[in-house]
Design a protein around this ligand. Structure first.
Ligand code: GMT
Length: 375
């Protein structure tokens, strides 16, 4: 198949899923064309089946806001026409689904029919999409998509509850590529972080409010009173400064390292013992799956789609949003005994295998074929 992929080319989960999916499809022999405003973060190598088309938005003194959606739709028309694509797969509703619909309409005037699949990732529905500013466009473009997927059953139900959806939604969960995410021998790194063999806790995110990163610090502060431990905070974003201040206020700075944005996240996960994800809402929780693949159990909130990933008492525990006392108690339960910790680590790895790329990729391929056939 010749597949066009549209996504946000940033470190966010939707961009990661789109990029990893495109790479895997290309490995399988499909021709994959990424159409984005800059090179996706994990697409920094050459492959014969991968193509990248940059959407450049021309500025003009009249524009207070450059019309990205129109530039994207025009680029889609161009790429579909000249590369003869079979299907478009757009990740994140706004503005990708509506741009795809516009491109599809324009292409029909050339006698070209192109179906498009929209994958909803979470914040495009839970935070942004429900805003009246965007809701009519989000509803319309979901209903006009030839196929719609969500990354969890919870996100599907949330979408159906808050939008007037007439389309069937298919759930295809996030996936993990074990070729990249697996335990790496990084003992020297572990020694540098935890010279006295302390337990290592980790949080990775974009430090947006929805991630409740201050709860990570509060939970850690309680755990380290009982269990000698260190905390790694990976990523960057608006909440980071407040977390740093909180560490100062609590007097725990010597036990917390803020590492900023990191590419080789699997290496840092490989030295970690417990992952913390106390999010306010999380449609799936890809970062927790990446941790589990590297044998790191997770304490998460029970929000959104997290119960579809985290199996309470098996590969981690879940707590109510904001209940840092419960998260700390459950963290201590996992960390205080070597054998218990080892068992949770093995279980985390077992759970991650349910989301192996090898299992999820064929679901996408079959879905594309079905959509193309129905078109
Ligand atoms: O979590 C983020 O801030 C990034 C966000 C995005 O929209 O790119 O991630 C969302 O999509 C991921 C991939 O499908 C999911 O694993 C994340 O759970 C989801 N984030 C939220 O729902 C907050």
């Amino acid at each position: 198949m010749k597949i066009g992929i549209v996504c946000y080319p940033t470190f966010g989960g939707s961009g990661v899923v789109a990029t990893e999916l495109g790479k895997a499809l290309a490995d399988e022999g499909h021709q994959v064309h990424f159409i984005t405003y800059s090179q996706p973060a994990r697409l920094d190598f050459f492959s014969a089946n991968l193509f990248y088309h940059e959407v450049s938005v021309r500025d003009y003194p009249l524009f207070d806001y450059a019309p990205y959606e129109s530039a994207l739709a025009s680029k889609l028309v161009d790429v579909v026409r000249f590369e003869k694509l079979d299907i478009l797969h757009v990740h994140y509703a706004i503005p990708h689904a509506s741009a795809a619909f516009m491109a599809k309409q324009i292409l029909e005037t050339y006698g070209i029919y192109i179906p498009f699949v929209t994958t909803l990732h979470g914040t495009d529905i839970t935070l942004v999409g429900k805003d009246p500013t965007y809701k009519p466009v989000v509803t319309f473009s979901i209903n006009k998509s030839d196929g719609v997927t969500t990354v969890s059953q919870n996100l599907k139900e949330d979408t159906e509850a808050h939008f007037d959806i007439t389309n069937e939604i298919k759930v295809i969960p996030n996936f993990i590529d074990f070729k990249r995410f697996s335990l790496k021998p990084k003992d020297h790194f572990k020694k540098a972080i935890a010279p006295n063999n302390e337990r290592i806790l980790i949080h990775t995110s974009n430090f947006r409010k929805v991630k409740r990163t201050q709860d990570v610090v509060l939970t850690f502060e309680k755990i380290q009173k009982t269990i000698p431990s260190k905390l790694l905070m990976v990523g960057d974003g608006p909440e980071r400064v407040y977390c740093e201040q909180l560490c100062r206020d609590l007097g725990i700075c010597e036990h917390v390292r803020f590492l900023g944005k990191q590419d080789a996240i699997e290496e840092i996960l490989s030295v970690s013992d417990l992952f913390l994800m106390p999010s306010e809402s999380e449609s799936f929780g890809l970062a927790a799956l990446e941790a589990m693949a590297c044998k790191v159990p997770a304490i998460t909130s029970n929000a959104g789609g997290l119960p579809e990933l985290n199996v309470d008492g098996f590969c981690g525990f879940m707590s109510n949003v904001g209940d840092v006392n419960d998260m700390a108690a459950k963290g201590i339960q996992i960390l205080e005994n070597d054998e218990v910790l080892q068992q949770f680590k093995e279980n985390a790895f077992i759970r991650a295998q349910d989301f192996d790329l090898k299992k999820i990729l064929p679901i996408y391929v079959d879905y594309y074929s079905q959509i193309i056939e129905e078109a």
